[in-house]
Design a protein. Structure first.
Length: 92
């Protein structure tokens, strides 16, 4: 009877020892640094240099003349003559 118990125990011991288990890796905890309080404010910096002036733009084109107006209606018996002022140079 001792041989009947001995044979299955040897098979169980061999089966359990044949299993290869991966070693357990221990991961160290991540260290989180907390910033301390802010320090005093520093001195003001120097003023920057002035930029370059931009390039002058191109002169615009002259527009096309408009359509002539419609003739006026005849007035009463009074005739008024309006002399238009001299033409002014267009503003740029």
């Amino acid at each position: 009877m001792n041989r009947i118990v001995l044979f299955p125990s040897l098979i169980a011991a061999l089966a359990l020892s044949a299993c290869e288990r991966a070693p357990i890796e221990v991961v160290p905890p991540t260290v989180i640094t907390v910033p301390g309080p802010a320090g005093p404010q520093g001195e003001a910096g120097q003023q920057g240099q002035s930029g370059n002036p931009g390039v002058d733009g191109e002169v615009g084109k002259v527009g096309e003349p408009g359509q002539p107006g419609e003739p006026g209606q005849p007035g009463d018996d009074t005739t008024v003559v309006i002399i238009p002022p001299a033409e002014l140079e267009p503003k740029q």
